[in-house]
Design a protein around this ligand. Structure first.
Ligand code: ATP
Ligand code: MG
Length: 587
């Protein structure tokens, strides 16, 4: 590891980092070095919020804008690091006044409003566990998550409380306090967020939090089944911070925008913690997706680093490259994507429309931070997720019946596994130790995603283990089939499934949503099948194709192929537009 010039300003020496990556023994010292960049708490403690906010204030950077909030109605508010430190202190005080202690769960159910960010940081300072809930969930998924997490406090708005929580409070005996961000407390157990904060001092002495203390509870997206509650600890910030530097090359003075909602892990790991840990300015847009608004925001805020998702990229692509060209996006230095496979078409579109290609990154709720990426300054391979970050050892493996694993060679298809030992690996599934144990074998974390590795160490996503199909002896992943179809100008989105077939086991079927201006017809149907066949070859090309208005997606925008499978089998599909993943009868 290279010299530390000033405390907290350690610059990674690439060759050392890469050497460390080659050997597990060195991975420990690699992470220890990354850890030593943090300030920590006296006595060996560590607190995410302290590293993300307070340390900048102590270092004299309190006046830097930490959070630039853009309201959906045109409002704009800046919060400096000093203000964020003070407001989160008040929130931590408030929690202690309400009797909240270490390990208690504090949930938020709100759009991207400043209070959510204050609550997240204040919760961590108080030693409690922050658990964000996506504000678009209906009452049932909200109840299930509040109940599963045994939330003691909920921060929400009056409207969301009225619509989604109030009638269910009898079923939530642990939920002692609800804090409304936009109204007073009208009934017992309901308080005004702002009145409570105003009554508190902004001086707060952090309680001791150990690196292994619980800090975050994130529910997974529910793409493959009922969402699981993944537990993360304060130590995770070591990986949040380092990965943001290695992948995005974040540097002081940067303006950074992550479009993920903090109701999901990306919106917390990279929408709150990592950028603040680097002392950059985080842009938060309260409004929902709107292509024109997004381009304008990139231009007006002079965004340098942008982290978004394939679902958003696909929506931008629907409008072509022309709309983006009307904006000055010259400040944009790096664009990245996560959450789903990023088709090569999306990478290239970024280059054409924005002047920057999208860099794919791979990680999961469980991994807590980016583990594989097309990093800044390294060769980008469109269609590949990139290479493992320094400090991360990955492999393609096959599970053996005896519970062990075999490591596979370059070019072989298997499950993506990561050697345990990185700081943001989840520490458990809430109340499900058995399921947690099943994720590990021989010291490796098994991701449930199928991929291959090429000889240069780039990883290529095939699909989730239950989305990949076997057809006439071939293993076929949705990624390559969908990517091929997306190259056709008429195709906005494509979803592949295996349709049971008595001879082949499965045949490949695709569902296709068309771009505006294209109409489903027998001729287009034939053309698309031919187009795919030319690109994919007869063994992999879809045998069936069906037009569909919209593909079913999770609340976070991921294509739910299992619902397409259900549709094929004649099972109920649920409401395509707004799926609450854990109440859909087919889940
Ligand atoms: P659940 O575990 O509840 O089914 P989920 O797996 O979608 O939901 P997340 O943890 O939000 O929940 O998503 C992680 C998954 O998203 C990965 O396991 C992978 O399948 C997919 N994913 C994330 N990034 C990429 C990427 N760059 N390329 C391909 N797939 C990705
Ligand atoms: Mg998952």
């Amino acid at each position: 590891m290279s010299e530390t010039t000033t405390r907290g300003e350690l610059e990674p020496d690439e060759s050392t980092l890469n050497r460390a990556n080659d050997a597990t023994a060195h991975a420990d010292s690699f992470w220890a070095a990354a850890r030593s960049e943090l300030e920590g708490l006296p006595g060996g403690g560590l607190n995410i919020a302290c590293e993300a906010v307070d340390r900048h204030v102590r270092a004299g950077r309190g006046a830097t804008v930490a959070l630039r909030w853009r309201g959906k109605n045109g409002e704009r508010r800046d919060f400096s690091y000093a203000e964020l430190a003070s407001l989160s202190n008040r929130f931590a005080h408030t929690l202690h006044q309400l009797g909240i202690s270490k390990g208690d769960r504090v949930c938020t159910l709100a759009g991207r409003i400043p209070e959510l960010y204050i609550a997240a940081l204040g919760t961590l300072k108080a030693g409690a566990v922050f658990c964000p809930l996506f504000s678009a969930f209906g009452p049932e998924p909200v109840r299930v998550r509040l109940s599963k997490s045994r939330a003691r406090v909920l921060v929400t708005t009056a409207l969301l409380y009225q619509r989604k929580v109030r009638a269910q409070r009898v079923d939530l005996p642990d939920l002692a306090h609800v804090l409304l961000t936009d109204s007073g407390g009208a009934e017992p157990g309901v308080h005004s967020f702002h009145a409570l904060l105003d009554a508190e001092s902004d001086a707060f002495t952090l309680p001791f939090t150990a690196p292994e203390d619980w800090a975050l509870l994130h529910f997974t997206s529910g793409t493959t089944g009922t969402p699981k509650g993944a537990i993360h600890v304060h130590e995770a910030i070591v990986a949040h911070r380092l990965s943001a530097r290695l992948v995005f090359a974040l540097r002081p003075g940067d303006v950074y925008w992550c479009t993920a909602d903090p109701g999901w892990v990306t919106g917390v790991s990279y929408g709150i913690i990592a950028p603040l840990a680097h002392g950059v300015t985080l842009v938060v847009d309260e409004a929902d997706f709107d292509a024109g608004r997004w381009y304008a925001l990139l231009e007006q805020e002079r965004v340098n680093v942008w982290y978004t998702a394939p679902t958003a990229i696909r929506m931008l692509m629907k409008g072509g490259t022309e709309p983006a060209r009307g904006y000055d996006l010259s400040a944009l230095r790096f664009a990245a994507s996560v959450g789903e496979p990023l088709n090569p078409e999306g990478v290239r579109w970024g280059q054409e429309a924005l002047g920057q290609p999208f860099h794919d990154t791979w990680w999961q709720t469980e991994t807590g931070a980016i583990l594989i990426a097309n990093r800044h300054g390294q060769e980008l391979r469109p269609g590949s997720m990139g290479r493992p970050l320094p400090g991360i050892t990955t492999a393609i493996v096959r599970r053996r019946p005896d519970g062990g694993i075999d490591r596979l060679d370059a070019g072989e298809e298997g499950e993506l596994a990561v050697r345990v030992g990185w700081p943001s690996l989840f520490r458990g599934y809430l109340d499900d130790a058995e399921r947690y144990q099943a994720c590990f074998a021989d010291g490796w974390y098994l991701s449930g995603d199928l991929a291959t590795r090429d000889v240069e160490g780039y990883y290529w996503f095939l699909g989730r283990d239950d989305d990949v199909i076997k057809s006439a002896g071939h293993l076929i992943g949705p990624f390559e089939v969908e990517s091929a179809l997306l190259q056709h100008p008429a195709v906005a989105e494509a979803g592949m499934i295996g349709k049971p077939d008595p001879f082949a086991g499965n045949i490949v079927k695709v569902f296709v949503a068309l771009k505006p201006g294209y109409v489903a017809s027998a001729a287009l149907h034939k053309e698309l099948l031919g187009f795919a066949r030319t690109r994919l070859g007869p063994a992999v090309a879809p045998r069936e194709l069906e037009f569909i208005a919209d593909l079913p997606k999770t609340r976070s925008g991921k294509i739910m192929r299992r619902l397409l499978r259900n549709r094929e089998l004649g099972l109920p599909l649920g409401d395509l537009a707004v799926l609450d993943t854990d109440v859909t009868p087919t889940c």
